[in-house]
Design a protein around this ligand. Structure first.
Ligand code: HEM
Length: 401
């Protein structure tokens, strides 16, 4: 049996056929529970995910969106952290945060991002062989989030250390350090606001009241939780897919496909967040199956992103694929707030790669991460053959970093 609650499952199996079987034969599949936890529903069809993501009458995020919390009695950040808050309070909190994610507000963040991606890729191309995960991808998303939060440069090494130690939320000591650190920043920014996300959260009202300190901190931390590892995994998985599909890489490098469609295909292909969870508020019927209030439902983005009813030849990595209505960022009320930023991070990386690098080859065995929620690689040893002309062009003009 395929146990979707066991991280080993994703290391030991290629689930392509399993997902195809569920989409065709068991679109509302009951996953068995264990001695400690109950079972849960597994949805895999694109159309069903769209319907459930939209259906806020029957489904809620307020008891969590990860199996871990959903099966163990709920999320302690419910009603305070955006992704596990619903209804009018979610709308208001999202409106506040959206201001910080508007393209105009992100101008400085994007400028810094472009400079640092150029520097990292040029260094890697010069070195010739690197671990693309550790030496390139790991530095980009966290630095971008630190820019969003205007974390002072001197503190960034500490944040990097804590987030690597925190591993999601498993190491409470490291998580605590991060939360305490943000509490300090929030207090400072309330008195002397800048134009960053922490200042926005510290000075904005929701329901006519300033946010509590713990709400500010949780929402800052949620940006690291939601936007760091996911983006990194899509970058690493994208480069591995370029290596495994050399004709697609050549098309990207030679300008035969647009960077924008390449970004969407990498997002579909890598699907770093495999699923999102919901709990059922009131009884509902899906494909003749009765789902009861209190049940846990999981929406497998990774399965929907290969649904042959929506994607032509879904098992083909096709950088020119259009349309490409993948569900990598979810859908509906909780659609990823960082989608625009992620797309810029990926397009910047791919644009710089295709200019500065002629060829990429694997130089060792990629290492997969161990998780039930995220998928991808933590190590990708590669060799890079630079394109000297392109690299020189990139190295020349900028002094902004
Ligand atoms: C929400 C995936 C990058 C911040 C979501 C959701 C998904 C997702 C699937 C929906 C959650 C749900 O329905 O329960 C991803 C992936 C990313 C990415 C795969 C990268 C490849 C980012 C970045 C940030 C971010 C860079 C911020 C810096 C958020 C936030 C939410 C969210 C705040 C909650 C939105 C809400 O509840 O209204 N993300 N995300 N994400 N994401 Fe992302």
């Amino acid at each position: 049996m395929i146990d979707l609650a066991d991280p080993d499952t994703f290391l030991a199996n290629d689930l392509t056929d399993f997902w195809r079987h569920l989409r065709h034969e068991q679109p509302v599949y009951r996953h068995p529970g264990t001695a400690q936890t109950g079972g849960f529903w597994v949805l895999s069809r694109h159309a069903d995910l769209l319907a459930v993501y939209r259906d806020t009458e029957h489904f809620t995020s307020e008891r969590g969106n990860m199996l871990d919390t959903l099966l163990h009695g709920g999320d302690s950040a419910s009603g305070r952290m955006l992704v596990v808050t619903d209804g009018p309070r979610h709308r208001e909190l999202r409106r506040v945060l959206l201001r910080a994610f508007a393209p105009r507000a992100l101008r400085v963040v994007v400028e810094r991002l472009q400079a640092s991606v150029r520097r990292l890729v040029l260094d890697a191309a010069r070195a010739g062989s690197v671990d693309f995960a550790a030496d390139v991808a790991s530095a980009i998303p966290l630095a971008t989030i630190c820019d969003l939060l205007a974390v002072p440069d001197v503190d960034r090494a500490r944040i990097l250390e804590w987030t690597s130690a925190a591993h999601g939320s498993e190491n409470w000591l490291a998580v605590n350090e991060i939360l305490t650190y943000f509490a300090g920043l929030a207090r400072q920014r309330r008195d002397t606001p800048h134009s960053d996300v922490i200042s926005l959260l510290a000075t904005s009202e929701v329901d006519g009241k300033l946010l509590e300190e713990d709400e500010i901190i949780l929402n800052c931390y949620s940006l690291i939780l939601g936007g760091n590892e996911t983006t990194r995994l899509s970058m690493i998985g994208g480069v591995l897919a370029f290596i495994e599909n050399p004709e697609q890489w050549a098309a990207l490098r030679d300008g035969l496909v647009e960077v924008d469609s390449a970004v969407e295909e990498v997002l579909r292909w890598t699907s770093p967040t495999m699923y999102m969870g919901r709990s059922v508020k009131s009884d509902v019927v899906l494909h003749d199956t009765e789902i009861k209030a209190g049940d846990v439902v999981t929406l497998w983005n990774i399965a929907a992103n290969h649904d042959e009813a929506v994607f032509d030849q879904p098992e083909r990595f096709d950088l020119a694929r259009t349309p490409n209505n993948h569900l990598t960022f979810g859908h509906g009320q909780h659609f990823c707030l960082g989608a625009y930023l992620t797309r810029i991070e990926l397009s910047t990386l791919f644009e710089v790669l295709r200019t500065a690098v002629a060829d990429i080859a694997l130089q060792g065995t990629p290492v997969r991460i161990h998780s039930t929620m995220l998928t991808g690689y933590s190590s990708l040893p590669v060799s890079l053959r630079p394109n000297p002309e392109g690299a020189a062009r990139l190295a020349a003009p900028t002094t902004s970093d």
